[in-house]
Write a protein that binds this ligand. Structure first.
Ligand SMILES: Cc1cc2nc3c(=O)[nH]c(=O)nc-3n(C[C@H](O)[C@H](O)[C@H](O)COP(=O)(O)O)c2cc1C
Ligand code: SF4
Ligand code: SF4
Length: 367
């Protein structure tokens, strides 16, 4: 099924919101090429890129772990990236660095068609001793300096973290967004979608949710609480990926907005303001607006501005006189549906328009 998810990272189009997450010594260009049809991003690596991290990778390899230790790193990476790109997949390279300069040096060689993922995830002691992996979660200032150095080099940056290691993941995610990181790739480990929602509510950073997301139901739970994409590592086999891809496409074909949030009163994240009513009753909307220091009047103006000139301005027969305040398509309502029918709008198009509203609201909330 040909589905347009309207999904971009920077100005790079991504064909489906599924990624393969990296596994050192395993996920290279050929690995990604074999599953390319069903994924949008392919993370290769992790690669150790300077003397201390290469030494650490050698120790790990001697201990029996799989590691990539190419003789000529840059030439090898160029070849792997070409394989990923040949499959129409956006290449991401997971990098283990002990200083910002090493990351910038790789970025200068490989350029802007690749996304650079800082590995702040590895918990192997030799890598931590090399001031890489998890070391960065305990030293967020260093991690942020790495992000800034790559951003100055003009490339797209992802940061791979493991939930529950940093002192405060929510604050870290906000700082990473502020410092210019494009993607937060989060291994949720033992945490669930409520943890993801807290991170979503703090910044508009592009989120890839990871860990055990092997079924459509799990993917949907992540999407509806803030994930822009999901990723798989251990179970990134062709059967699992193709089934996930076809279920997500089917859902999007029927409902539009593939990662629509739940409504606010059902535990939805900040994006769900797109579905909220006029602020006229005691419900979770008023305290949420207060948290973001938005007055009820401002909220009404924000909504009306967001729908101005779009079909969502209509809806004289709906509760609040405009589709701007109407519920998700999955909430049954004959008034909304009658308006949509009259306007000749499919439900999926209605939801895509709500997605535009949500993007405009978030731009105002997180300037
Ligand atoms: C063998 C193996 C090697 C891994 N190597 C890396 C790595 O080099 N860098 C990294 O950020 N994550 C690495 N990971 C973590 C995975 O990318 C992923 O976060 C984790 O496996 C949870 O996702 P999953 O449940 O889909 O496997 C590795 C995982 C495995 C199993
Ligand atoms: S404004 Fe409406 S949709 Fe939003 S939380 Fe209140 S009742 Fe729910
Ligand atoms: S008209 Fe229907 S969809 Fe619109 S706000 Fe009222 S109940 Fe919700």
């Amino acid at each position: 099924m040909d589905t347009n998810f309207d999904l971009f990272i920077g100005d790079m189009p991504v064909k489906t919101p599924i990624a393969v997450a990296c596994m050192a010594g395993i996920t290279d260009g050929a690995y990604i090429r074999n599953v390319a049809e069903h994924i949008g991003l392919g993370v290769i690596g992790g690669y150790a890129i300077d003397e201390p991290t290469i030494k650490a990778a050698r120790i790990l390899s001697d201990q029996g772990r799989e590691e990539f230790l190419p003789r000529n790193l840059i030439e090898d990476l160029k070849g792997q990236v070409a394989l990923v790109q040949a499959g129409g997949v956006v290449p991401v390279i997971n990098l283990r660095a002990s200083e910002a300069g090493s990351l910038v040096a790789v970025a200068r060689e490989l350029g802007t068609s690749v996304i650079y993922e800082i590995d702040a995830h590895c918990r192997q002691k030799p890598m931590i001793d090399a001031r890489s992996g998890e070391f960065l979660l305990h030293n967020p200032n260093i991690l942020i300096a790495y992000v800034q150095a790559l951003k100055i080099a003009g490339v797209l940056v992802s940061v791979k973290i493991r939930a529950g290691v940093a002192a405060d993941d929510v604050e870290l995610s906000r700082l990473l967004w502020k410092s210019g990181a494009d993607i937060l790739h989060i291994d949720l480990m033992d945490y669930d979608h409520t943890y993801l929602k807290k991170i979503r509510d703090t910044s508009p950073i592009f989120i890839i949710a990871n860990n055990g997301i092997t079924t459509f139901e799990k993917a949907k739970e992540m999407f509806s609480h803030g994930a822009d994409m999901i990723s798989l590592a251990r179970q990134s086999d062709i059967q699992t990926l193709s089934l996930l891809d076809s279920r997500i496409r089917q859902y999007t074909h029927e409902h539009g907005w593939y990662n629509a949030p739940k409504q606010l009163c059902r535990g939805g994240d900040i994006r769900s303001l797109a579905f909220c009513c006029m602020p006229v009753k005691p419900c979770p909307l008023l305290p949420t607006l207060q948290k973001y220091t938005i007055s009820p009047q401002e909220f009404v103006s924000m909504k009306m501005e967001a729908v101005a000139g779009t079909p969502l301005e209509q809806g004289a027969n709906t509760c609040f006189g405009s589709l701007a305040y109407c519920c998700k398509d999955t909430t049954p309502c004959m008034f909304r549906d009658a308006t949509l029918r009259q306007a000749g709008l499919k439900r999926s198009v209605y939801m895509d328009l709500k997605r535009d509203v949500s993007k405009k609201l978030l731009k105002k909330i997180f300037p």
